[in-house]
Write a protein that binds this ligand. Structure first.
Ligand SMILES: C[S@@+](CC[C@H](N)C(=O)[O-])C[C@H]1O[C@@H](n2cnc3c(N)ncnc32)[C@H](O)[C@@H]1O
Length: 280
């Protein structure tokens, strides 16, 4: 049985958590798993959570690591592709933690992880949690402990009345700042221009963060500031500092291109938007 830190036995899952949570329609199938497209991140319940980081069962998450130090968190980790990519590339004393709200998706990532761990010790430093990060991130992560906080292709929540469900928000950014150490970085990628603008506005107005990189790639071409309303107009040359940052930063390219969703967008030749902000 796979340990599930939401407190459920996944073999009996269909009756407990999915009913308890506010879930919407079934849409996708992958490797025989049926997955629900969305779960409401504002819904209360469905997950059992520790009181705080000292109560997290770290030895279950990282059984072969003596004192795991989570330095990299991937919020909405999906099928886990990004953390599998990063595991062999980051310093060996860094642990990586993915958080995923959807049961079947988390379960698939977890199964893949067990297979990867059989192949290489590097994956012992990766773990996936089944939880609602929007509500419970702070129950798992200590203040000023993170180097990297990732939001790769978060759900766009297109409708105006659903904007409050967006994971990069005015209310949540100070809390992300609380978890990042000074100099730690927040990465956000998307293929939805409206969401990019939303996240850019929220990050710019938050005094805890300073912009390090923003990139727009439209069909393989990078441009600086695609915003229609202000600043340089579409078609302007790339911002050299952002390009330089991108060229020298492991996470920037990974968050844009090496997540499962990033690869799907590449295959579809979709637009890609990337923001990197540093905690002041
Ligand atoms: C569009 S997918 C992107 C997945 C992955 N980051 C990637 O780039 O391939 C967004 C993921 O975030 C998850 N998610 C949405 N809200 C969440 C929350 N509050 N806590 C944890 N995961 C969440 C969704 O279930 C979904 O798997």
């Amino acid at each position: 049985m796979i340990p599930d830190h939401s407190g459920e036995d996944i073999q009996n899952r269909s009756t407990v958590s999915e009913e308890a949570e506010n879930v919407s329609y079934v849409t996708s199938k992958r490797s025989g798993y049926v997955s629900r497209a969305h779960r409401n991140p504002l819904a209360i319940g469905g997950f059992r959570v520790p009181l705080g980081p000292p109560w997290v069962p770290w030895t279950e998450l990282y059984p072969k690591i003596a004192h795991p130090q989570v330095r990299i968190v991937d919020v909405g980790s999906g099928y886990g592709g990004l953390l599998f990519y990063l595991a062999t590339r980051v310093p060996t004393n860094h642990c990586l933690l993915g958080m995923e709200i959807r049961t079947a998706v988390w379960r698939l990532a977890q199964e893949k992880l067990l297979q990867q761990r059989a192949l290489s010790r590097a994956y012992e430093r990766v773990a996936f949690l089944h939880t609602n990060a929007q509500r419970y991130l702070w129950n798992y992560i200590d203040r000023a402990s993170l180097d990297v906080l990732i939001f790769a292709y978060p759900d766009p929540h297109f409708k105006r009345k659903k904007h409050r469900q967006r994971i990069v928000s005015r209310m949540l950014l100070p809390l992300y700042g609380y978890l990042l150490r000074r100099g730690g970085r927040l990465y956000a990628s998307t293929d939805v221009e409206a969401l990019y603008e939303w996240m850019y506005d929220r990050l710019e107005e938050c005094p805890l963060f300073e912009c390090k990189c923003r990139l727009v790639e439209r069909h393989g071409k990078s441009r600086f500031n695609p915003r229609m309303t202000e600043g340089p107009s579409i078609g302007q040359e790339a911002d050299p500092l952002s390009l330089q940052f991108f060229a020298n930063d492991l996470y920037a390219a990974a968050v844009r291109d090496w997540t499962d969703e990033g690869q799907r967008v590449s295959r579809m030749q979709g637009d890609k938007f990337l923001l990197v902000y540093e905690k002041r």
